[in-house]
Ligand binder design. Structure first.
Ligand code: SF4
Length: 389
């Protein structure tokens, strides 16, 4: 394996910085409606070294870890209105935190933000002014919080404090791999790519440089069909010179994504209430509510799957009625098909044998519980069925 070759690039770094910053001044996402956390309370782009609201930058960085800017914005505004300071976030209930994250996906991010706020508030040192300043100023301080890796930490420190810390998220890896036409997947040579990002970082304007690099990756050097004709780094780009930038970054063949069928029961009682359970706190969707069910065994009819899962997980007996909806949902590591049937409760007091708690709720109360995206579609189908009588 060969690390990315830094020798030529170190000499060119001042020119590359100037080119990307000039491009960003003219074409970057620099409006307050695009990245409000990057502005001062009086609506200015900050002066060099001027501090921004750390909580706003932290929340934005975590939301942006797996999600695009346009999707994040309304969530970020709602979140900051509900939790305007770290103490309010730390004191919030997990239910309220998950409700505000509902629909954004990767819910562990919300739980980790919440846990991080509690950790910071608990460890806040009184400042010289007398009030507690909970915010770390080092990579290690940020990386001690749950769910914060080196790139997120670097991004928060450069955004909020204008400190010279490099970033290396997926977008930046792609830009740098193309710039070098590097023949090895970045994931296998992260140390070299970190050195590359650090070499390029503008020590005088780290906040602006990292923002420019992010904007270039998000808007110009995109995964498919990069807009090389508008790219400030085109004259230096080895992938462009090679004539096929889409070939970079080189990727390992991904492992096959497993596929599973999940039988789900929307169980109702004689009063018309439906049964939901809250997932255990761990895992991708931990703490969210859902309709009960589980994996179909090989050779098993889906009705039998639902009866068995409800018996094993809730200790209840049901009759499985007609299908309500079938839907597919893709996660990064697996694809699921949910086959959802209406069920009638027969016997057994529901018990949370594989969940935190079980609850009978009226269908019109479902909106006040946080559900994963697939379950939201089940609720919509249920409401349509009820409306149709
Ligand atoms: S020239 Fe094209 S491939 Fe190279 S960095 Fe710019 S947009 Fe990406």
């Amino acid at each position: 394996m060969s690390d990315p070759d830094l020798s030529g690039l170190a000499d060119q770094a001042p020119l590359l910085r100037r080119q990307i910053l000039d491009w960003w001044e003219a074409h970057g996402r620099r409006r307050i409606d695009q990245k409000p956390w990057m502005f001062t309370p009086d609506g200015r782009w900050p002066d060099p070294g001027e501090e921004l609201c750390v909580l706003e930058c932290w929340v934005a960085e975590v939301m942006l870890q797996q999600t695009q800017l346009a999707v994040v914005l309304p969530y970020w505004h709602r979140w900051m209105a509900a939790f305007p300071d770290v103490g309010t976030l730390a004191a919030a209930s997990e239910h309220d935190v998950l409700m505000l994250w509902q629909g954004l996906g990767y819910y562990a991010r919300a739980r980790r933000l919440h846990a991080g706020a509690r950790q910071l508030v608990a460890g806040a040192q009184p400042s010289a002014a007398g009030s507690g300043d909970p915010w770390p100023r080092s990579l290690e301080g940020w990386m001690a919080l749950p769910g914060i890796g080196r790139s997120t930490a670097g991004s928060i420190l450069s955004s909020a404090f204008d400190r010279p810390f490099a970033i290396l998220d997926g977008n930046v890896q792609r830009v740098l791999a193309r710039l070098m036409a590097h023949p090895v997947p970045p994931k296998r040579e992260l140390a070299g790519f970190w050195r590359l990002s650090e070499t390029l970082l503008d020590p005088q304007r780290p906040r602006a440089f990292n923002q420019a690099l992010m904007d270039l990756g998000a808007g110009v050097c995109t995964p498919r069909q990069p807009a090389c004709g508008t790219c400030p780094w085109q004259p230096h780009c080895a992938a462009y010179a090679a004539g096929d930038p889409g070939r970079f970054p080189v990727k390992d063949t991904p492992p096959p994504v497993p596929f599973q069928v999940i039988g789900v029961g929307v169980v109702s009682d004689a009063a018309g209430r439906v049964l939901i359970d809250q997932r255990l706190p761990e895992g991708l969707l931990g703490g969210l509510w859902e309709f009960p069910g589980g994996k179909q065994e090989p050779g098993e009819a889906i009705e039998a799957t639902i009866r068995r899962e409800l018996r094993e997980e809730l200790a209840i007996e049901v009759t499985v009625g007609e299908e309500l909806i079938t839907l597919e949902h893709a996660y990064s590591h697996k694809r699921l098909r949910f086959v959802v049937h209406l069920c009638r409760w027969l016997a057994g007091e529901p018990q949370p044998l594989a969940s935190q708690q079980v609850r009978w709720v009226a269908p019109d109360e479902l909106a006040s519980y946080p559900f994963p995206a697939a379950n939201a579609r089940i609720i919509a189908a249920l409401e349509a069925r009820i409306a149709a009588g």
